[in-house]
Structures are given as C-alpha cells and as structure tokens.
Design a protein around this ligand. Sequence first.
Ligand code: UDP
Ligand code: MG
Length: 310
Amino acid sequence: MIDISIVIPIYNEEANIQLLYDRLSGVLGEMGKSYELMFVNDGSKDRSLALIKDLASKYPEVRYLDFSRNFGHQIAVTAGLDRVEGEAVVIIDADLQDPPELIPDMYARMKDGFEVVYARRKSRKGESWFKRATAKWFYRVLARITSVEIPVDTGDFRIMDRKILDVLKQMPEKNKYLRGQIAWIGFRQTYIEYERQERHAGETGYTFRKMLRFALDGITGFSDFPLKIVTYFGFLVTAFAFFVAIYVLYSRFVSGNYVQGWSSLMISLLFIGGVQMIAIGIIGEYLSRMNTNVRNRPLYIIRETNVDRE
Ligand code: UDP
Ligand code: MG
C-alpha cells in the first residue's frame, strides 16, 4: 500500500521535469512515507516524454501515462487519479507554481481530520494582469451563481483522501471541473494559504480558448443560472413589448399618428434578434455538453504506460 500518490499533468514541461522530480523526491523522502509519482503526458510536443521515461527507468516510484494526443489539463489529472494507488493523493502542476514544499503541511493538516486540504493563493506572481483579473472575477461570479461552495482563488493543487477519490471516480461527466466536483462531494475540507510562484520555465499551456472552455465547463457543470436569467429576460422583454403594442394600437386607431416609426422598428427588431441569439447560444452550451456525455466516447486514450493496473 502506498501512502501518497502525486498526480502531475505534463504539457511541454521539458525544462521543469528534472527540478520538479528533485524537489518532490526531496520533500517526500524527508516525510518518510511511501509514494509514487504519476506523470501524465498530455500530448507534449517537446522532450517531456523522453525525460519522464528516463526517470522511470532509474526510479521505481515514477509511473507514467502517455496520451495519444493533447486532451487537456483536467482530463490528464483525471487519468492520473484513475490509476493511482495511494491512501492520499496530491494534484500538483509541473511548472513549480505550486511549491512541493507545502505537501508536508497539507498532509499534516489532513491528518488533523480533513478529507481535502487545498492550497489557496494569497498572491499570484508572474501572471499577466489579464489572467489575474479574469480569474478573480470569474471565481467570484461562479461562487454567486452556484449552490455548491467552490472555494475562490484555488486551483487544483491539493491533497485528498482515498474516500474523495473513490467518489470522484464515480462521477461520470465528461466535461471535468475537478475543483467544483471535489467541493460538491463534501466531507470535511479546509485550506492552507500560500504565495503562488512564477512558472519556473517554459510557457503556459492554457491558451485563451482553453481558459474560456474551462470557465464554461465550470459554469454549466454547476449552475443553471444562465438558463434562468434568459427566461427572466424573455419575460421582461415580452412585458415591454406588450406596452409598446398598446401604444402602437393607440397611435394607429386613436391618435392617427403612425406613419413614421422606422427607427423604433429597427431597434426592437435588432434587439429581439440579439436576445434570441444569446438565448440560443446559452442553450447550445448546455446542449453540447449533454451531447458529449451522450456520445460517451472514452475520456482519453493511452498510447504507452508503465502502469499495469486498470
Ligand atoms: N497542462 C496539461 N495539458 C494542457 C495544458 C496544461 O496537462 O493542455 C498541464 C501543465 O503542464 C501544467 C498544468 O497543466 O502542469 C497547469 O498548466 P499551466 O501551468 O500551463 O497553466 P497556468 O498555470 O498558466 O494556468
Ligand atoms: Mg502554471
């Protein structure tokens, strides 16, 4: 039985893998617990896989999964979680933005009687103004519109107990938003605070498109608020249209002042058209996620691994 499993998603991290290994094995070695490092190579285009395989050939605690292509960060973490054996599991980024040195504290806190200890960012270094602002705004909006209390300013860096993992593996959704799913599961959860570091080397694998999709997965997975707001808005516009109709009929039959009106016609036409398109788009976001789940394709495809368990 392994005490601690570490899940590390990897996308083009060739410049970080060795240092990450050194720091993780240093910290975990000092803890005196048995551990495994589960590297999930998410279709890297650089030498990441070769470096991981090299580590695996030298150290028996290094495991790896190699995806057939880039499936995305959340799916890479999910695949790792599917295969780990530990009594406790840590999710950590490969770029050293999440300091491995926090793991002993998180582990100790868990042993105080918590099933999840997540790391909450007190500050973020070396990230663009845009990323910090959108992230801050997004987490707060999401917190307001969901019934699940998803912690703000928190990524996936955390330690969790086997109990959480077992439930997580039962959750069938294809559009993963792990930090929300884990909050949804419940049990006793707490956090420690830390200063988020700069990326050690390399570039972010989260493009704007990936970030947007991730944000939409969070919203659609945990809230029906966008659907509801569209319905309310529909009622509002309809009520407004009702009064306008009365006014139009009055102009037509009573005051007789009705020839002009092209501008109001155009404005309302465009306005209603826009509202309808937004509404359809919002429905479409939910529908496309339903579609993904109904299609039920495998979540990821493994090309190569040194892990023999299913
Ligand atoms: N990552 C991944 N697949 C992707 C993008 C990122 O596995 O498509 C990994 C990446 O290697 C890192 C973690 O997910 O270990 C977080 O990604 P990144 O540091 O690029 O995101 P940021 O910190 O900029 O939000
Ligand atoms: Mg990063």
